[in-house]
Design a binder for this molecule. Structure first.
Ligand code: ADP
Length: 483
């Protein structure tokens, strides 16, 4: 029996109950590798969001407030264990729903999601206030309190992992949650809800409402009972969320788009740089907000690097994402594939030189061939706009100053990388690059302990690490008269 037939329809998880949407609507989630339906999922709308927010509020004011920090930590730890014990199943569902390779989902996404819960489990008991010496004869101290009900909206490129990045710190800090996964990839968030239930999280602490952005997502942003929105997705939707959240002055963290420069100096280790350039753009078929989509190569290394990179790319196996040998799966949806292909057309139209790929792969599935454009100018559309697909722009440069200027000449500032053996040049570049992350002689590393987030129009706020935890807290100052 094909695996897809094993997946039961998805219901909403609200107040600890699995329920249908009030309007009883459902939508189909599709396997992008086969174009076949996987299952039906409940389509939550404003009235479902309202129920979920009320359940989250009740849990926040009620049972969750009575759970000690140590017990919150134990619950998170248990969720980590449960994710690990279901690793193979969750990874398979993730691959079916998103098209990412099974190697990535089983070796990276799901283990890192478990790690994130375990990391934040440790933080639950370490959220401390301060005593502060003030002028008045007072005992003055601060309390770090949770925000309340947080709405979390996640995208389709790392569904379980980005859910973990948001859910784990919010729970560690004592908040309750309404989570809305992306409509393209709703299935693993529902698995996470099942795990929360099994771990013994009190009803209403984590609610999952599947549905569409303009209905369910927007209702969450508009809801007056929500204290914060944590969003990862496109810059355009981030701007819309910021406008709408102004109405009730919600706290926001926004992790948005990128057009990250990957800079290779002539003195770089060529083998490592080729691998880094390829991983930088083709990992998760380019559907990565930190994708190294602008590859800047120092003039004298350009031809050698491009030859090697083209040869390396030609060997990447594209196809069935459930096959462990596959390196490149399909784009997440037909719409996304078409969007990527329209950028390929723009690249050709604006005079960039196509050296690899540039088309849809034949047969079923939304596969776009790994694509490399050479002779790209930084002003071209393919060098300015986020494509979110396996399309690399190669640009040349002569020296550090020139490349830093070009690299920073973008509205985005999510990540950047530098490849060089010169330690001074590497660290100078790290300081000059306007981005939330800089990798030196590596690409795409993450850790639950290391803060992640954007500069400029890539958003604000940080996820992961202590910084990520504090985004889910607020400070109360308490004054006690001692005179
Ligand atoms: P993409 O355009 O690549 O699908 P989005 O930024 O639109 O990426 O989607 C990221 C998440 O934001 C998804 O969960 C989506 O449902 C949600 N979303 C989309 N539009 C809105 C909106 N207007 N308000 C709130 N959430 C939204």
């Amino acid at each position: 029996m094909p695996v897809t037939q094993k997946i039961a329809p998805g219901r909403l998880f609200i107040g600890g109950q699995w329920v249908d949407a009030v309007a009883a609507n459902t939508f189909t989630t599709v396997n992008p590798a086969t174009e076949e339906p996987i299952t039906q999922v409940a389509e939550g709308r404003a009235e479902d969001i309202d129920r979920a927010v009320k359940a989250a509020r009740q849990a926040f004011e009620g049972p969750w407030a009575g759970v000690s920090a140590a017990d919150r930590g134990r619950l998170l730890w248990k969720m980590a264990d449960l994710i690990e014990s279901r690793l193979a199943e969750i990874a398979e569902v993730e691959t079916l729903d998103s098209g990412k390779t099974i190697t990535e989902s089983s070796r990276v996404d799901v283990p890192m999601a478990a790690d994130c819960f375990r990391y934040f489990a440790g933080w639950a008991t370490k959220i401390e206030g301060e005593t502060i010496p003030v002028r008045a004869p007072c005992f003055s101290y601060t309390l770090r309190e949770p925000l309340g009900v947080v709405g979390q909206i996640i995208p389709w490129n790392f569904p379980i992992l980005l859910a973990a990045w948001k859910v784990a710190p919010a729970l560690a800090a004592g908040n309750t949650i309404v989570l809305k996964p992306a409509e393209q990839t709703p299935l693993t968030a529902l698995r996470l809800a099942g795990i929360a239930e099994e771990a013994g999280l009190p009803p209403g602490v984590l609610n999952v409402v599947t549905g569409f952005g303009p209905t369910a997502g927007a209702a969450l942003v508009d809801h007056p009972g929500v204290d914060k929105i944590a969003f990862t997705g496109s810059t355009a939707v981030g701007q819309e969320i910021m406008r709408r959240a102004a109405g009730s002055l919600k706290r926001l963290t926004l992790e948005l788009g990128g057009k990250s420069p990957n800079i290779v100096f002539a003195d770089a280790d060529l083998d490592l740089a080729v691998r880094g350039a390829s991983n930088g753009i083709f990992y998760n078929k380019g559907e990565v907000c930190t994708a190294g989509s602008r590859l800047f190569v120092e003039e004298s290394l350009h031809d050698a690097l491009l030859d090697r990179l083209s040869a390396f790319t030609a060997k990447l196996q594209q196809g069935d994402p459930l096959d462990p040998k596959t390196r490149l799966g399909p784009q997440v949806s037909e719409g996304q594939m078409n969007r990527v292909l329209s950028y390929v057309d723009k690249g050709k139209g604006e005079g960039a030189r196509l050296v690899a790929g540039g088309s849809r792969a034949p047969g079923k599935g939304y596969f776009v061939r790994p694509t490399i454009f050479d002779d790209v100018q930084n002003g071209m559309t393919i060098a300015r706009e986020e494509i979110f697909g396996p399309v690399l722009s190669v640009l040349r440069f002569r020296d550090l100053d020139e490349v830093v200027r070009a690299a920073n000449d973008t509205p985005y500032g999510l990540a950047a990388a530098v490849w060089t053996k010169d330690i001074k040049k590497a660290h100078r570049a790290a300081r000059l690059l306007k981005s939330g992350t800089v990798w030196i002689n590596t690409y795409g590393l993450y850790d639950s302990a290391m803060p992640f987030g954007g500069y400029k129009m890539s958003g604000f706020g940080r996820e992961l690490g202590r910084h990520g935890l504090l985004e889910y807290t607020q400070t109360k100052s308490v004054w006690v008269d001692l005179s």
